[in-house]
Design a binder for this molecule. Structure first.
Ligand code: ZN
Length: 367
């Protein structure tokens, strides 16, 4: 069981607090990806310094290397990666579908070959939950089958129904511990009726939180928002809602307005390694030659190590990115995660004063 308290409402948006075995998480929140047990290019201390209090680890990657049993023997994932705050692990379902080769999906689970060495593995709902327990995840995700967009209505329906059966088995396999919870995942593609049926079934099973999966897979922002508008109001008011794999800053603002509490996305960290910076005035490509002679900071209002004081200029960041220097990835990842953390903190403060609509309007005009 995991505590979740809604503190303030502003329209459909909520300002809430999730209390895990590894501390409280203020929501709405963005969770940086620590896929293989590391937020790429960042120390755990640097991740915490961006304001993050929860990161996301990955069952698929960690079961293959270094192995869940090994991490458990070393004291769990928190100790292994020297991260004292909360961890959510995803079930491995999405990575099996997108990375593994020669996969076979059946009622029992999915068998696949590792993308690392071709070795054969099986992931069932029970094994996924057991791996997440070995890792010591504060929040465990039920195993799901995610379809990509576009998929045929028959394929989406079949995957959604399998996901609901796997959800029940995942819930049953989860071992209750104080401060730990298990979330179900609503699938259903872009079909509102299927989404509502999946939602009703998951609520019947009963989870600590509810995730909306299978979005931001190519359907476009307008379709994503319409699926959220149809799905989120059907989710329990008193439980956290997590939109998986989303997204761009504008997606986060739109989804918080529609009542979503939690997010994860590869964008701020991956962009940090490809010279893309998110700022209060839109995205900046530091490889662009116009930065070569610019002595000004990336964003004078940002408190990250790349921007604070007058230490690092756009010209220097440009030089690091053009030279492929590791420091460029480190500074831009720190900056992007700080930008995302500040964006979420800004939304939390706006909800507290009942001004999220104004915040969203200001945000839209600044981009
Ligand atoms: Zn910065």
């Amino acid at each position: 069981m995991i505590d979740f308290e809604v503190l303030v409402r502003d329209g459909a948006a909520r300002r809430a607090r999730l209390v895990t075995a590894h501390g409280a998480v203020e929501t709405p929140v963005f969770m940086p990806l620590a896929t293989t047990g590391t937020v790429k290019a960042m120390t755990s201390e640097a991740v915490a310094a961006t304001g993050a209090r929860i990161v996301l680890g990955n069952t698929y990657h960690l079961m293959l290397r270094p192995g869940a049993e090994r991490i458990a023997a070393l004291g769990g994932l928190h100790r292994f990666m020297n991260w004292p705050h909360a961890i959510l692990t995803d079930s491995g379902g999405f990575q099996v579908m997108s990375l593994a080769s020669r996969r076979t999906i059946g009622e029992a689970g999915v068998t696949f070959r590792s993308h690392l060495d071709g070795s054969l593995h099986e992931l069932t709902p029970e094994r996924s939950v057991a791996i997440q327990h070995l890792l010591g995840a504060d929040i465990t995700m039920a195993l799901d089958e995610c379809t990509l967009h576009p998929s045929s209505p028959e394929a989406v329906q079949r995957a959604t129904e399998l996901t609901m059966r796997w959800a029940e088995r995942s819930r049953h396999a989860f071992v209750e511990r104080p401060g730990h919870g298990v979330f179900g995942i609503v699938q259903g593609g872009i079909d509102p009726d299927l989404r509502l049926r999946a939602t009703a079934r998951l609520i019947e099973i009963g989870f600590d939180g509810y995730a909306v999966g299978g979005l931001a897979v190519g359907e476009g922002q307008e379709t994503m928002f319409s699926v959220l508008a149809a799905t989120v109001p059907a989710l329990p008011e008193d439980r956290p809602r997590y939109l998986m794999g989303v997204g761009k800053p504008a997606d986060l603002v739109g989804a918080v307005l529609r009542g979503v509490d939690m997010f994860d996305c590869v964008l701020p960290t991956r962009s940090g390694r490809t010279a893309q910076a998110f700022t209060r005035h839109g995205t900046v490509n530091l490889r662009n030659a116009r930065h070569a002679d610019d002595p000004s900071p990336l964003d004078p209002e940002c408190g990250c190590p790349a921007c604070a004081g007058s230490g690092y200029s756009r010209a220097y960041l440009h030089h690091l990115c053009r030279s492929g220097e590791i420091l460029g990835s480190m500074l831009l990842t720190a900056h992007n995660l700080r930008y995302y953390a500040d964006l979420m903190a800004g939304m939390r403060a706006a909800i507290e004063t009942g001004s999220l609509a104004d915040f969203a309007a200001d945000f839209a005009s600044s981009q």
